[in-house]
Design a protein around this ligand. Sequence first.
Ligand SMILES: [Ca+2]
Length: 77
Amino acid sequence: MLDAPKHRDNAFHKMLGNDIIRDFQDGVDELGLSMGLRFNDLVLQQRGNNAVIFANGDRVATLVGVDANSITPSDLD
Ligand SMILES: [Ca+2]
């Protein structure tokens, strides 16, 4: 079951799969987690210039041009 997006502008990115998010702005945009995931369920890795987010061993999103260390619970909806 998927949650409906709370708003549909570019400032909110719902991670539903192996998404490539190219316009994430730290401190401006928020990430939405599906499937009841919480920040502690995530693994963040730096791959080149990108932050890659894993949950339960699966890649759920790639944030292009984002520092993995900049993603904290405050970035989640
Ligand atoms: Ca942040």
